[in-house]
Design a protein around this ligand. Structure first.
Ligand code: ADP
Ligand code: MG
Length: 694
């Protein structure tokens, strides 16, 4: 019932309002019920100013002692009040009506609710919610006040009104239960209707503290339901993909030839993963595999072997990288490895000349080029493959699910139930719980071994005062044949300023040591320039490469053994680890210097400390997750349609396994009760995600 009732059937909702609601993904009345509070305001009690904590939202009651307008073009209203503890507080209003200013009379009382701040003249609240009274204080609320996520043109007050209406309707037309009642009962979790009522209108006897900490059974119940739905959806996505057909690739003579020609042999981990891939590719259903391997673990060669298996079977391979530099490196590797075997590699980027581009596209369309390497340019409409059999995506966390799907569709145009094999590679080691929820639709292989002879990178953390010394040290190192990177990270959100910082450092080196062979690389250079500079560095015609974070992913110059990162305090752990991974790729002992600008925040200090202590990508990822939370760690993947509304994979870790079990039970029953799954998907994923239960 409520899952079909459109929002326009509510009082006060016309087409315009419905459009705004749509922006929040709210179409039917049920959606409003699942628009859960972000948090709660506690107006059930008063806080005395002598016990109040800066930064907390509190409610106070105080006697007005003065009010004045600060002069200026846009005056502000400043009301002073004192509570029974004898402490004063200022209430500051930037926007107000003259009549509002007159309300605050000396000797009257004010009840105010807002975050407590420390202002220039002591304690302060900015634009508090307030009531003024003379003798009798207004009654305190007896429940917590929910705060809903809003959108432009749709404020808190309107949402509260609409959700109230939805709740009245809920009492009349309860929702169907999505989970098994016995399952819920043994875990002491409430039924769905009860849970929703509690969260929208917590009662005085509900444990408010528990609700604030997201530990209330009503919340836990919704968290589980959402996680179950997510697991079911991932499973169905996977299953849907698995039902499709993919070409079967047999043994690859070219792969054997490449292996025989390599100057090294595969590590045990590479061999194991290569075997898993070979097996996947020999089946007539699409491979859906993620290779996880720390920076420098040697993912590229494994990808090349997979590509050869497809090429030998007469199929094409698309290889996608998130940046042009990385795409170029891949092209270099693939050309070096595959062209001697007689396999042509095509190359697409956003900056090819028209004629070159036409030529490349032609080769891809005709099937003459078996391998196509590029950035997201490969997604473009104009790229038509002759026979795409395998898609390889490097550094997958930068791509969204939707992009992955769109590349799939390139191959599906002719026959609907055909899909290419898919291999994704990431250097972001994802902790297990996170992998289970975010990559539940992929098989995961881990390259958990570095090539032999690699030595851990020594990392030092130094105050920027030492910058000159570091520069001099670097110069002497380079004199002795060392190759180094100097990274100037994003100073601003602007690429121009960023490039500027690198330029300045480059100029400094040139001025101090004119004989030094220094190169400069940043995002504003033309593709050809970048390529030529990388090539010079790679050939050791340059000793030092001053760069912006454009070199973050994938750049591979094994002889480079020294890295300086400036303003390291501004970078996240994952990024620091990626950057540092550009050294330590050969047999030479490598060093990394992290320069920071004091003072350091507590988290920045913690990050740099971790970098100094460990080279282990998994440890670093765990810490990263702890510091930043899963949304940011996963990047686009999290916002690619699998975003969670109430569950938090980290906070709610303990529920992931039970949810997985429950999801499997549900799927087992799906044959007799398919409605249950539809119901859950509509509830939690709504119409936003296009993966439909097959
Ligand atoms: P990543 O996993 O970070 O993409 P790469 O594939 O770029 O790592 O490999 C890093 C370096 O290690 C490259 O120079 C590559 O040729 C080399 N390499 C890869 N596998 C091995 C191996 N088994 N033995 C020695 N060197 C290897
Ligand atoms: Mg790589």
């Amino acid at each position: 019932m409520l899952e079909q009732m459109h929002v326009t059937s509510l009082k006060g909702v016309g087409d315009k309002q419905a459009e705004k609601l749509e922006k929040l993904g709210l179409r039917v009345v049920q959606d409003l019920l699942f628009h859960l509070p972000l948090r709660y305001q506690d107006k059930t009690k008063l806080t005395s100013l002598d016990e109040a904590i800066i930064g907390q939202e509190i409610q106070i009651e105080a006697e007005i002692t003065s009010q004045r307008l600060t002069p200026g073009r846009r005056p502000t209203l400043m009301v002073q009040a004192r509570d029974t503890s004898g402490h004063s507080i200022g209430l500051r209003f930037f926007h107000f009506h003259p009549s509002q200013a007159r309300q605050f009379k000396r000797g009257e009382f004010v009840r105010a609710f807002a975050e407590l701040r420390s202002g220039p003249n002591g304690l302060e609240m900015v634009h508090p919610q307030y009531q003024i009274f003379t003798h009798t204080p207004p009654a305190l609320d007896d429940t917590l006040t929910p705060v809903y996520p809003t959108t432009e043109g749709l404020g808190q007050a309107s949402l509260v009104k609409l959700i109230k209406q939805a709740i009245t309707l809920l009492k009349q037309y309860p929702l169907a239960e999505g989970l098994d009642l016995d399952w819920l009962k043994t875990r002491q979790l409430p039924a769905i209707n009860q849970a929703l009522l509690t969260l929208h209108q917590p009662q005085p006897d509900d444990d408010l503290g528990q609700i604030k900490r997201f530990e209330h059974p009503a919340q836990q119940r919704l968290i589980v339901e959402e996680l179950v739905t997510q697991q079911v959806s991932l499973f169905l996505m996977r299953q849907q993909q698995e039902r499709r057909y993919a070409p079967q690739f047999g043994d690859s003579p070219s792969a054997q030839r490449l292996l025989a020609q390599l100057p090294f042999s595969l590590t045990g981990a590479q061999q194991r993963v290569w075997q898993q891939i070979q097996q996947d590719l020999s089946r007539d259903h699409p491979m859906q595999r993620l290779i996880q391997g720390d920076v420098g673990s040697g993912k590229t060669i494994v990808a090349a072997l997979a590509a050869l298996q497809a090429a030998d079977a007469g199929y094409q391979v698309a290889i996608m990288a998130p940046t042009e530099i990385l795409a170029e490196q891949h092209r270099n590797h693939f050309c070096e490895w595959l062209e001697p075997l007689g396999i042509e590699v095509a190359w697409l980027n956003g900056r090819l000349k028209t004629a070159e581009k036409r030529d490349m596209l032609e080769k891809i369309t005709q099937g003459q080029a078996k391998i196509a390497v590029g950035t997201h340019a490969l997604f473009q409409e104009s790229v038509q493959f002759n026979q795409l059999g395998l898609v390889i995506i490097d550094e997958q966390h930068r791509f969204g699910v939707h992009q992955r799907l769109s590349l799939n569709q390139k191959a599906q145009s002719e026959t609907k139930d055909f899909a290419p094999h898919q291999l994704t590679m990431t250097a972001t080691p994802i902790p297990r719980t996170l992998a289970m929820t975010a990559y539940g639709d992929l098989d995961i292989s881990v390259i958990d071994e570095l090539p032999p002879g690699r030595q851990p990178i020594d990392t030092a953390v130094l105050n920027n005062h030492k910058r000159q010394e570091v520069m001099a040290h670097l110069y002497h190192q380079c004199q002795q044949g060392v190759q180094a990177y100097w990274v100037c990270p994003l100073i601003d959100e602007s690429e121009a300023l960023d490039a500027q910082a690198a330029q300045t450092t480059y100029d400094e080196f040139k001025q101090l040591w004119p004989d030094m062979r220094v190169g400069l690389i940043h995002g504003r250079l033309k593709s050809a320039e970048k390529q030529s500079i990388m090539q010079q560095f790679s050939d050791h015609h340059l000793d030092l490469l001053v760069a912006t974070t454009v070199i973050e992913v994938g750049v591979n110059v094994p002889n480079a053994s020294l890295m300086i990162i400036e303003n390291a305090e501004r970078l996240g752990l994952a990024q620091l680890h990626q950057l540092r991974g550009r050294v330590g790729r050969g047999a030479k002992k490598s060093h990394c210097v992290l320069l920071y600008q004091a003072p350091l925040s507590a988290t920045a200090k913690a990050r740099l400390q971790i970098m100094r202590e460990t080279n282990d990508g998994f440890l670093i990822a765990e810490e990263d997750l702890r510091i930043r939370g899963p949304g940011e760690v996963l990047g686009t993947r999290q916002t690619g349609g699998l975003q969670l509304r109430i569950a938090d994979i980290q906070r709610d870790q303990a529920w992931i396994e039970p949810a997985q079990t429950a999801a499997h039970d549900l799927l087992r029953l799906a044959a007799s009760d398919p409605e249950r799954i539809n119901l859950l998907q509509q509830r939690w994923i709504g119409t936003k995600v296009e993966y439909k239960h097959a």
